[in-house]
Design a binder for this molecule. Structure first.
Ligand SMILES: [Zn+2]
Length: 517
């Protein structure tokens, strides 16, 4: 995707990206994905509330000050932008106090202020005295009575049903429901939860262990049954959806939540599948391109030799992007894997753990930053242990803020490892592949790693591997050891063949140490 200026209508013009949707197999463009940040909320809904004369509208829980709850406080927690429209208060009753679902549905079609489900997720809530189901509330706009084929947007609550004498109601027993304001509001939120596609979560019928926390999709009767005179309902209501319902409301595709979407009952804990929470921990930065290439002319290397890779990170966006200043293997930002021809994958990362503040760097539009890596071994051993095609995957990852997913950029390339050419090459490669310290000599230099130094000396004697290790050996010779002066002559001899395989970083390093490269 490419960051670009948003078309008009987007409230955050700088937070907008577009990109082609390309088929993995053929590379054919099958669509275009456009993405812009429009809100801090997951979704936006409108709830229109009508009532008959004598029925309260469920607007809040009746508590002022601490403990107050209303539609805004609740949906602030859910993460939805909610607009409540208290509308008609004198809805006529077609057949007295008690309403059938069909009557409620017909009244919705007649009285709702608008119904453009593509422009607005509008739910219609009707407060009547009673319903024919003898229930606290009902979602009437589904399946059997859904005559306009727009499911899940009509809800009814009963203001004149009377609470039972169960001790769980505490002081609220035998009361008219519309006056038990907390429970009444909660029923409205429960029915709206059904309209969002949610099932009850307290009886196991949703296929998961019951959640008995008095959250909205717990059934009122069950919650009262668990309550006691000491801790009665509605004082013990959890003013939110249960965690798994919250995750569904936020992450189900629109069509499962919105009015006019799939039929009620189609959404469940299994359907549609949504990614587990953990997978949101990385974010592939659009428009940052990581080019991974073998050192020019060295896409094929002899068995035993290190593989030299050039990395180029390019900002393809039209705006600057902040990236780590150091993308070499000296930083923690760069990690990778190598998959060998047998399919076995081994990782590699920096050998160093600097205790330093890692510097960010601003990459202007079109600008690139480059480095090179010399790969030989990782934590699981030799990275290129057999001949054949190896795939090298590189990942840059960095943190952009507390609690935000890691920003990542990935790139990959293949290299070919050629088999031993003769007995000398085979022996030198054997030694290198079985000597972990050869890698430390490659990275650090240093006479003290005797096994590693021996392995590299053997490679220098082999005509196939010599060019690949000449720089490593020269670097070691140019650094003084405690009883040895820098050996400029020895280093020069090694490099004088002119065929030494060196990355740009290695050339720079050798120059700094006094060699002519
Ligand atoms: Zn229910």
């Amino acid at each position: 995707m490419t960051w670009m200026t948003a078309p008009s209508g987007y409230p955050n013009p700088n937070e907008y990206a577009e990109g082609d949707v390309v088929l993995d197999k053929t590379g054919a463009v099958t669509g275009r994905l456009k993405m812009g940040r429009v809100s801090d909320f997951y979704r936006k809904i409108t709830v229109e509330i009508d009532s008959v004369t004598g029925s309260e509208k469920p607007l809040d829980n009746g508590i002022n000050g601490i403990g107050h709850e209303d539609w805004s406080t609740v949906f602030g927690r859910v993460g939805f932008d909610v607009k409540v429209v208290p509308s008609d208060s004198n809805i006529d009753e077609p057949s007295g106090d008690s309403w059938s679902r069909v009557e409620a549905h017909q009244k919705m079609l007649e009285k709702r202020d608008s119904n453009d489900v593509d422009a607005e997720w509008r739910y219609y809530m009707l407060a009547t005295k009673l319903n024919d189901d003898n229930a606290f509330g009902v979602m009437f706009d589904n399946s059997a009575t859904d005559s306009d084929n727009v499911p899940r947007q009509g809800l009814q609550v009963s203001s004149h049903v009377v609470t039972s004498s169960s001790p769980g109601w505490g002081a609220f027993k035998n009361m008219r429901y519309g006056t038990v304001k907390g429970a009444y509001l909660r029923t409205a939120l429960h029915e709206l939860g059904h309209a969002f596609g949610l099932l009850h979560n307290d009886d196991g019928f949703d296929g998961e262990a019951p959640v008995l926390d008095n959250s909205f999709m717990n059934q009122t009767g069950n919650a009262v049954g668990r309550s006691t005179a000491a801790s009665p309902f509605p004082d013990n209501i959890k003013w939110n959806h249960a965690d798994r319902n919250l995750y569904q409301l936020r992450h189900w595709p629109d069509v499962f939540v919105r009015p006019g979407g799939v039929d009620f009952g189609l959404a469940s804990n299994q359907n549609p599948p949504i990614s587990p929470v953990d997978t949101d921990k990385e974010f592939e930065v659009p428009d940052l391109e990581l080019t991974v290439e073998p050192l020019e002319g060295h896409a094929e290397v002899p068995l035993g030799a290190p593989v030299r890779i050039n990395l180029t990170l390019t900002n393809k966006a039209e705006i600057p992007v902040t990236v780590p200043a150091d993308i070499s293997l000296k930083s923690d930002y760069t990690t990778g894997t190598v998959t060998d021809p047998t399919g076995k994958t081994r990782g590699f990362q920096s050998l160093f753990y600097f205790d330093r503040a890692e510097e960010p760097k601003v990459l202007e539009a079109g600008q690139s930053t480059s480095t090179s890596l010399t790969l030989l071994r990782g934590g699981q051993g030799a990275l290129f242990p057999v001949s054949g095609v190896h795939k090298v995957n590189i990942k840059l990852s960095w943190c952009t803020g507390d609690g935000l997913p890691l920003s990542i950029v990935i790139g990959s390339v293949t290299v070919m490892v050629t088999p031993p050419l003769d007995k000398s090459h085979a022996a030198a490669a054997h030694k290198l592949l079985t000597t972990p310290d050869a890698h430390l000599v490659l990275v650090l230099g240093g006479d003290y790693l005797q096994d590693g130094v021996e392995a590299i000396k053997q490679a220098i004697k082999d005509k196939t591997l010599r060019p690949h290790f000449a720089g490593t050996e020269a670097k070691r010779l140019l650094k003084k050891a405690f009883d040895r002066r820098p050996d400029i002559e020895g280093a020069s001899t090694l490099l004088s063949d002119g065929d030494a395989v060196l990355s740009n970083e290695e050339k720079e390093k050798l120059k700094k140490l006094g060699a002519t490269v």
